[in-house]
Design a protein around this ligand. Structure first.
Ligand code: NAP
Length: 329
């Protein structure tokens, strides 16, 4: 069978360019060994961490890594029969053979009121990361003020919804007026455009009493500035630092330690690879229930065709997306 994958063709210099990627065809024999299955990609995820990892890629060799939602089309593996819907860690490729070692999550039982792509969004890495960061790291009390950067993105759109379910007052930061409207439409109480208003002006206006919890998707100076607006014993969940991923110069940021010790702020990093797997099934059950009750929705930015992965990825890093960025294959 013939499939396509995307390889790292030229070294990124700052913002990636479409010409830094190449689409390559490959063949897979469909005679399966014991325990193997053939899968075909349904949706491929575009994630900022793929830019962060680029220093590990080998030009001309590395297939771009990442997650996809796939369907099993032929199987010699009893655990994953034909028709299984799986989240696989196999990178940007349209299909192939697996022995099961690439399976992250089985998503055969998605609620009927969500799109299939939610298997990789609110019920995949995005939803699990957002839920873990709010519920297990920030542990907000009802009535707490929760600030979320990157609020209009994949993780941000989930975190705002979860924050509201848990009774928080949610404030988002994002990069355009359109995004402010979007985040308010999905439940955020308020939002500001970090490109046109400073953190200090915005938080003096929107959270004059201070922020209890900060879910940090962007890092850098934005995150350092937020600490001055936190309440005593505020909590920070460090999820990502997308403001620095395309940087060509070392980033400069305000030294944050004085604010941390003066306000007894607790900051905790976490990641999908190490922290979430032991809790994934139990958290999926909660997310699934919220979705069935109509409290949690998948918001997404979808493009089509494996060839559009590079431009979609570049667009996501530049802020083109509302919600989770996926490519339908
Ligand atoms: P996303 O927010 O859907 O997309 C990236 C967004 O970053 C863009 O839409 C853009 O929105 C924003 N952005 C780009 N440059 C920026 C800058 N200089 N300053 C501030 N914002 C900027 O991506 P996501 O998948 O939800 O990921 C969000 C963060 O979570 C990333 O840092 C990612 O690495 C992290 N993450 C961590 C884990 C983990 O295990 N810890 C798992 C998944 C994701 P604007 O238009 O608003 O600028």
């Amino acid at each position: 069978m013939k499939f396509k994958k995307i390889i790292y063709a030229r070294k990124f210099d700052g913002n990636p360019k479409v010409s830094d990627f190449e689409v390559v065809e490959y063949h897979v024999a469909d005679d399966l060994k014991d325990d193997e299955f053939l899968y075909e990609a349904l949706y491929i995820s575009c994630d900022p961490y793929l830019r962060l990892l680029a220093h590990t890629y080998v030009v001309g060799e590395t297939s771009i890594p990442g997650y996809q939602l796939s369907k099993v089309t032929k199987s010699n593996n009893r655990k994953y029969p034909v028709g299984s819907i799986l989240v696989l860690n196999v990178g940007w490729r349209s299909g192939g053979i697996s022995n099961g070692s690439d399976v992250l999550y089985i998503r055969n039982d998605l609620p009927s009121n969500v799109p299939l792509s939610a298997g990789m969004g609110i019920f995949g890495m995005t939803g699990l990361t957002g839920y873990y960061g709010v519920d297990r790291v920030l542990r907000p009390k009802s009535g707490d003020t929760l600030l979320v950067s990157g609020a209009a993105g994949a993780i941000g759109s989930v975190v705002g919804q979860i924050g509201k379910i848990l009774g928080c007052r949610c404030i988002g930061s994002c990069g355009s007026e359109e995004k402010i409207k979007f985040v308010k439409s999905i439940g955020y109480d308020d939002a500001f455009n970090y490109k046109t208003e400073s953190v200090t002006e915005a938080l003096q206006r929107l959270a004059p009493e201070g922020v209890d919890c900060y879910f940090d998707n962007v890092g850098g100076d934005f995150a350092s500035q937020v600490l001055s607006h936190m309440k005593k014993r505020g909590r920070v969940a460090v999820c990502g630092a997308v403001s620095s991923y395309n940087a060509t110069e070392p980033a400069r940021a305000l030294i944050m330690q004085p604010m941390m010790f003066l306000k007894s702020i607790v900051m905790e990093g976490f990641n999908i690879f190490d922290d979430i797997p032991p809790h994934a099934d139990e958290m999926y059950a909660v997310l699934r229930k919220w979705a069935e009750e109509g409290k949690l929705k998948q918001y997404e930015y979808v493009t089509e065709g494996i060839e559009s992965l590079p431009s979609t990825f570049i667009g996501m890093l530049q802020g083109k997306n509302l919600g989770k960025t996926v490519v339908k294959i």
